[in-house]
Design a protein. Structure first.
Length: 368
């Protein structure tokens, strides 16, 4: 099997999408002949490998020009991508992407025996109605569709009135490099890892902290507009003393921090149309490292978290529900909480990046 994973964005940026793509590709490349197709850039591969704890090799990556003289655009990238498509040695190749417009280009330009595979994580049309026809055609005509949860696949079927029969669910992955660790759980503070965008639900965490006077330790990028907005919000609400900014950790350091964490890890939430599609990558990382998770009861999240068994769920977007469930968790003994965290650790063990890649390859063998 020969596979090209097309990712038309420069790396490293450190966002969740990039983490998922690089880890998935790396494990796929250990199973079959695979190339990661990226825009041509000055890439420090050692830096990327260190940041994401990977072992990508230079010959795993195929750089495609995105710039000619002063012209820089997707059209340039697509022009050189077409040369890969038309290369006779790639006549039976599989082209894999999460990028909507790249998927459209691949479908329009593939040759007879090539396959186009699209991995769906959202409904792009929700944010831009002009994409409706394009997205529907991709979901209808791609040779195979992967989705990162059952809810997303079902919602796409309903939204576009399609059966999407050539499809499979492959959940997000995680690294599970440590054995299960018993913990002495502490309720005096809460750790948060991720973006400081208030609309992603961090606002709910601030309301929770304000009401309970619990301390928040935030791990994320201490710069940019979202950081400035958050700092201003803390000042307005007079809760600056409750929040400590720990800075952004490299991905390899996040795992070490999570295995040592002994606080209840809350995933904040905001109800929106996107809630039916999202399974946060941090959910898998939290559970894989012996943690007790308190997460919103969105359908995709509830596919992973079974309330009271391997974690806890609260009513999404409801600060009162979050507080009530947190207070309930505080009544449980340390042994009971360690049982929950062990169940989380064991239930997520099948969702490593290596197992995710194996599932993808198993499905692709059926169409190759």
């Amino acid at each position: 099997m020969k596979l090209f994973y097309i990712y038309p964005e420069q790396i490293p940026q450190g966002n969740a999408r990039e983490i998922a793509i690089l880890n998935t590709f790396f494990e796929i490349s250990n199973i079959c002949d695979a190339k990661l197709v990226l825009p041509q850039t000055l890439l420090n591969l050692n830096e990327v490998n260190e940041k994401f704890a990977l072992k990508l090799k230079a010959n795993d990556i195929l750089f495609v020009r995105k710039k000619i003289l002063f012209l820089k655009s997707n059209k340039v990238f697509n022009f050189f991508l077409k040369k890969i498509i038309n290369n006779d040695s790639n006549k039976d190749a599989i082209f894999y992407t999460r990028h909507l417009k790249i998927a459209k280009f691949l479908l329009e330009n593939k040759i007879s025996n090539q396959k186009v595979v699209f991995e769906a994580h959202e409904c792009f049309t929700l944010g831009n109605k002009a994409l409706y026809n394009m997205e529907k055609e991709i979901l209808k005509n791609a040779d195979f569709i992967f989705s990162h949860n059952i809810s997303t696949l079902n919602e796409l079927r309903k939204f576009f009135d399609l059966q999407i029969t050539n499809s499979a669910v492959v959940y997000n992955g995680c690294k599970q490099d440590y054995d299960f660790k018993k913990k002495d759980f502490d309720f005096s503070s809460i750790n948060y890892y991720g973006s400081f965008l208030l609309w992603k639900g961090l606002d709910l965490m601030l309301d929770f902290a304000l009401k309970t006077r619990i301390k928040l330790e935030l791990y994320g990028k201490n710069s940019g507009n979202s950081f400035i907005n958050l700092k201003n919000t803390l000042k307005e609400r007079k809760i600056e003393d409750l929040v400590c900014f720990e800075g952004m950790l490299p991905q390899n350091e996040v795992v070490k921090s999570l295995i040592e964490n002994n606080t209840i890890l809350i995933i904040p939430s905001v109800k929106s149309a996107y809630s039916l599609y999202s399974t946060p990558l941090k959910l898998f990382e939290y559970m894989a490292n012996s943690n007790v998770v308190l997460a919103p009861n969105f359908p995709p999240v509830a596919e992973i978290v079974k309330d009271g068994k391997n974690g806890f769920l609260y009513e999404a977007g409801d600060e009162k529900s979050l507080e009530e469930k947190f207070n309930y968790i505080k009544t449980l003994s340390n042994d009971e909480l360690n049982k929950i965290s062990k169940n989380a650790y064991e239930s997520i063990s099948e969702n490593t990046w290596k197992n995710r890649a194996r599932k993808i390859i198993k499905e692709l063998e059926k169409i190759n």
